[in-house]
Design a protein around this ligand. Sequence first.
Ligand code: COA
Length: 165
Amino acid sequence: MTWRVMVQADVDTVLSIEQAVQSFPWTRGNFSDALNSGYICRVDETECGEIRGYAILMPAVDEAELLSIGVTTAQQRKGLGRAMLSKMLNVARDRNIQRVFLEVRSSNVAAIALYRSVGFIEVGLRHGYYQNANGCEDAITMACELTQHFSLPRAGERPGERENG
Ligand SMILES: CC(C)(COP(=O)(O)OP(=O)(O)OC[C@H]1O[C@@H](n2cnc3c(N)ncnc32)[C@H](O)[C@@H]1OP(=O)(O)O)[C@@H](O)C(=O)NCCC(=O)NCCS
């Protein structure tokens, strides 16, 4: 598996994954804009060149916001999302980012559990922030502190299972 920088040529594939896994997917323009804006955009690729997942992080001085993360339906629940997110947080830490925020639909139990599993905690709630089939739903704001001594879990591990270093 390769965790590499996403390029414009990946947008079609990433868009097709996004459309398959998100009820309100990003557009092609959203992904292109993220690349053009210099956001931290990464894809997970197999040795055969198949993209299985992606993540987009928007840096802002010493903080960043995780804007999107997705894993193909066939590869979900195998530890890939946690591995990708851990790598993204390590990229952020290498850039001296202290804190990563995100917003997640309150109904997205899979994503909320994933975020908690790598150390995010809930820090806020935005009422009616997202559109959904019934009108709107709340956004939960979560944050993860990337202190120097915080050791991110590898795939299959929980925070605290590793010694620092
Ligand atoms: C959220 C998402 C990225 C998780 O990716 P994944 O590869 O399936 O996640 P993992 O296999 O690494 O799971 C990590 C942890 O997340 C939680 N989790 C993942 N899927 C879950 C599900 N369907 N239900 C409950 N918890 C879930 C579990 O705690 C899991 O740990 P465990 O398997 O040891 O119990 C994936 O479900 C996805 O692409 N969803 C659609 C896009 C999306 O909602 N993105 C987030 C908002 S932008």
